[in-house]
Design a protein around this ligand. Structure first.
Ligand SMILES: [Zn+2]
Length: 277
């Protein structure tokens, strides 16, 4: 599932390829991916709109339209964009394409989603604060004003395990299963530890490694474990840099002991029992 670095990669690619373009045609074979409003309103609302800006909020891609409105995409499991100069039925099928936005420069912006769990919404409003979906999301971990004192205030003395807490989108956005495992390995914190058991030093390490790893993964254009591809259908480079995720039974690069896999909060969790006691 794409997390913050993958979504940020998509946003950067979209800015470079479709910012300033106008949507001149819309096709879909999967109307139910458009959750708000109906497909008819979605189609008539965005037709002939210009793409003004592309931003990210958590794992959601937010496209601002001109004269007004916002188009939101949440990749969930396997959603991502592709840009193409030519399309045909076979190609769309092969790429699991379910929405095609034709641009005024003869390119096609394609939303592909093999598993079809992604969510698309259109909001014909003036200001993004009016979008229900964006309300209730937590802090942006890479915001420059998101400092340790604020993190410390949020984490407090919760009686929750650290890994599910890090992945709670109502507290901090954008961290999912891959980066939570990586952050905790780097911070040398056991993913099952209850927050009340963490020292101030450990909390500081989690905060520091959270910022460092997310930034590094953005530079490497994200992690392509199975599905994620960038807009040009290329893989991200961070998968080779993963220290624990998907590496059970391999040797820990820090201590040479074996990495283990465990289900925590219903999710596969990878950690080194020796470095993360
Ligand atoms: Zn280790």
């Amino acid at each position: 599932m794409p997390e913050l670095p993958e979504v940020e990669t998509m946003v950067g690619d979209l800015r470079a390829s479709v910012k300033g373009r106008t949507i001149i045609d819309i096709w879909t074979d999967e109307k139910k991916l458009i959750h708000h409003p109906s497909f008819v309103f979605f189609k008539s609302g965005i037709l002939n709109c210009k793409i003004k800006e592309i931003n990210r909020r958590g794992k959601i891609i937010v496209i601002s339209l001109s004269p007004k409105g916002f188009l939101l995409f949440h990749p969930k499991m396997t959603g991502h964009f592709l840009i193409m100069r030519e399309i045909n039925d076979d190609l769309l099928k092969a790429k699991s394409a379910h929405l095609v936005l034709s641009m005024d420069d003869k390119t096609f912006l394609i939303w592909t989603d093999q598993r079809k769990f992604s969510r698309i919404e259109y909001w014909p409003v003036e200001d993004s604060s009016e979008i229900d979906w964006l309300n209730g999301l937590g802090e942006e971990p890479l915001a420059s004003d998101f400092s340790f004192p604020r993190f410390n205030e949020l984490i407090g003395n919760k009686k929750r395990r650290i890994k599910p807490w890090l992945m709670d989108q109502s507290v901090i956005v954008g961290i999912g299963n891959i980066y939570a495992s990586e952050i905790l390995w780097s911070a040398k914190v056991n993913p099952e530890k209850i927050i009340t058991q963490l020292s101030l030093e450990e909390k500081k390490r989690v905060f520091r490694e959270m910022k460092r790893i997310l930034k590094k993964a953005i530079i490497e254009r994200g992690t392509s474990t199975i599905e994620f591809r960038d807009i040009n259908d290329e893989k991200g480079r961070y998968a080779s840099k993963l220290k624990v995720y998907g590496r059970q039974k391999e040797k820990c690069s820090r201590c040479q002991k074996k990495i283990e896999r465990k289900i925590i909060g219903g999710r596969s969790t990878y950690y080194c029992p020796s470095c993360q006691p």
